[in-house]
Design a protein around this ligand. Structure first.
Ligand code: F6R
Length: 606
């Protein structure tokens, strides 16, 4: 999704900060880039283009010193990626960059056209810029013009604004799209997320909906509904090293290797005497005991993590769980009430559909719990309770370590709820917790050490244009994630099927040489999976089996055996293997692993 960066300071290094910030934002996914900066003579100029930050760098060479500027990476929504549609947009009086979608842009555009404004781009952002120009021209002052403008905007926005006649101030405003103000020494910053600023500062304020900030080199003032407000200063736990590649070829590979540590970091503060303990998170345990139904709502990989959570809560805590895609949940009039707990799982904590689902659940009276990686993000702030995952910054667009920590934390929570509901005793809970906290990270490490074996197999997949994942039970849920990972970064068409469902249609696609990845980690289903493998083999498929029980299977062409770990947690090392398969297949095909086409890291628009 789009990214915003802004700098105003006493040193004339705005261009460096903007370019470095824009590079740090690249991971969010983007197609165009641009900056607006003041020069030493306080003249405001704009440079923008479709393409990468490297292209912009060429175009701004020799721009000279600057004390203030704003920059943007655009992920096209209204209008194709092009120089003209890139941000900033504006007029001779001002320039703005914008994340989000202005939903009433068409009627505002009509109104402004009647007032004599003309438009050069297809964007909703240019409409917001011209509306601001209109209020500015009415000579109401910068701040009032910003207030009047945002009152007219419907939809979501994070805005950074500079006025041509004030080279020392950036205005920032937000509604339903994240925006932070970074606090520096003799300099302040604006960014859509803290990772873009870690090379300068870890201290920041998170703007809330309706906030307008007036940011200068030596002061930050924040207003809401015209009244000055204080926002709590936050400090990112991550440092800039955590947001760098650290010797790996790609962020994705680095992040997969971080999984064992990330799981331990996430679980450690919630384990006492080898039993789950969420007292530091201030979870309302009485409420957890009382709930009658659980809904886990999320998007993409986070939703797949929710499927593993479903398995754990149903099997061990005896709680009925529905897992729902947030974009469906929000429009399907879900049946939920005050006896339900709605868990929103989100790495970024800013996903627009997940946030809308959270608000809907609250409206309907349910208790809500966010499982979120980014501290201070909107979902974390708005949910009744929050459990942070401590994965550290996830930069690669494809989510990997976030999935591992989400599934681990959901499992730990399921163990706690099982205990609370007396479905398991302390002895079993202790064993389970030990397996999760000690054995699972070790099993993942061992699979990471076997990366070359996985790489060799991925070489075969890279030549295919279609691939199928099959599994049953938890292995089906894992297949969904394996398939998503592969398709998003290697562009190979792939599907995940519950193995027993294949013969109800999809098996007609199996032909000579079609690769099938079969997952089999549940002993009660080994026999069934062996039959499913035979079914596809007899139609020509080339089967790669990932299992914890190699000796139970006779028909697969290739086997990746998972080292001994309790069967209920085998999904964790298997997930790592699936991520590595996707990674190596993608690199073999020469794809842009960390920034796959058309995708954005944080989906802050619908
Ligand atoms: C896939 C991926 C996405 C995200 C989804 C939700 O690799 O990263 O499917 O999982 O967009 O994002 P968050 O977790 O930030 O809400």
């Amino acid at each position: 999704m789009c990214g915003i960066i802004g700098y105003v300071g006493k040193e004339a290094n705005a261009l460096d900060v903007l370019l470095k910030g824009l590079s740090s934002l690249e991971y969010r996914g983007y197609d165009s880039v641009g900056v607006a900066m003041f020069d030493r003579m306080h003249r405001l100029s704009t440079v923008k283009c479709a393409g990468r930050v490297a292209e912009l760098e060429k175009r701004v060479q020799g721009s000279g010193d600057s004390y203030c500027g704003i920059g943007h990476t655009r992920w096209a929504t209204h209008g194709a990626p092009s120089d003209i549609n890139s941000h900033p947009h504006g007029s001779a009086n001002l320039q703005i960059v914008h994340n989000g979608i202005i939903e009433n842009y068409a009627c505002l555009k009509k109104e402004l056209t009647e007032l004599g404004y003309t438009f050069v781009s297809d964007t909703d952002t240019e409409v917001a810029a011209k509306l601001l120009d209109y209020y500015y021209m009415k000579r109401r002052g910068h701040f009032d013009a910003v207030c009047e403008t945002i009152e007219r905007l419907e939809g979501s926005y994070a805005l950074a604004i500079v006025f041509a006649d004030d080279s020392g101030t950036i205005y920032a405003a937000r509604k339903d799209s994240p925006l932070i103000i970074g606090i520096g020494e003799d300099a302040n910053y604006i960014a859509s997320d803290i990772t873009a600023l870690l090379f300068k500062t870890r201290d920041y304020y998170s703007l809330e909906d309706g906030d307008i900030a007036c940011v200068k080199a030596d002061c930050i003032s924040i207003y809401n509904k015209g009244i000055e407000v204080k926002r709590e200063k936050q400090t990112a736990k991550w440092d800039h090293v955590a947001a760098e590649k650290g010797g790996y070829d790609h962020f994705m590979l680095k992040e997969i290797h971080e999984e064992p540590e990330a799981i331990i970091r996430t679980l450690r503060p919630r384990i006492k005497d080898m039993l789950p303990d969420f007292s530091a998170d201030k979870l309302d345990e009485d409420a957890l005991k009382r709930i009658s139904r659980l809904h886990i709502v999320a998007c993409g990989t986070a939703m797949h993590a929710g499927l593993i959570g479903k398995f754990m809560f149903e099997k061990y805590a005896g709680l009925p769980v529905s897992v729902e895609i947030a974009s469906e949940f929000r429009y399907n009039d879900p049946i939920i009430d005050e006896n339900d707990l709605v868990i929103i799982v989100s790495q970024s904590g800013e996903t627009a559909d997940s946030l809308a689902a959270l608000r809907l659940a609250k409206e309907k009276g349910a208790s809500t719990l966010g499982i979120v990686n980014v501290i201070g993000s909107t979902i974390a702030n708005e949910a009744h309770s929050v459990l942070y995952t401590y994965a550290g910054p996830e930069i690669a667009v494809a989510s990997t370590k976030a999935y591992s920590v989400q599934t681990s934390l959901l499992t730990l929570l399921a163990i706690r709820v099982s205990l609370l509901r007396s479905r398991i005793d302390e002895k079993e809970a202790r064993e389970f917790t030990h397996e999760l906290y000690v054995d699972a990270p070790r099993a993942i490490k061992e699979m990471l050490e076997r990366a070359s074996e996985i790489k060799a197999l991925a070489g075969n997949f890279a030549k295919s244009e279609d691939l199928f994942f099959i599994g049953r039970g938890k292995d089906y849920y894992l297949s969904c994630e394996g398939s998503l990972k592969l398709k998003e970064i290697s562009y190979i068409h792939s599907e995940a099927y519950a193995a027993g469902e294949l013969k109800h249609g999809t098996i007609s696609l199996i032909d000579d040489g079609v690769p099938v990845i079969a997952l089999a980690t549940e002993s009660r289903l080994y026999g069934k999976m062996e039959s499913n493998i035979r079914e596809v083999k007899s139609r020509g498929a080339e089967v790669t089996l990932i299992t914890n029980a190699e000796s139970e299977f006779k028909s697969a062409d290739h086997v990746i055996d998972i080292l001994p770990i309790s069967e209920r947690l085998a999904f964790l090392p298997v997930a790592t293997v699936l991520q590595l398969i996707a990674y190596f297949t993608s690199t073999e095909r020469g794809c842009d692993v960390d920034k796959p086409r058309n995708l954005a890291k944080s989906v802050t628009v619908e």
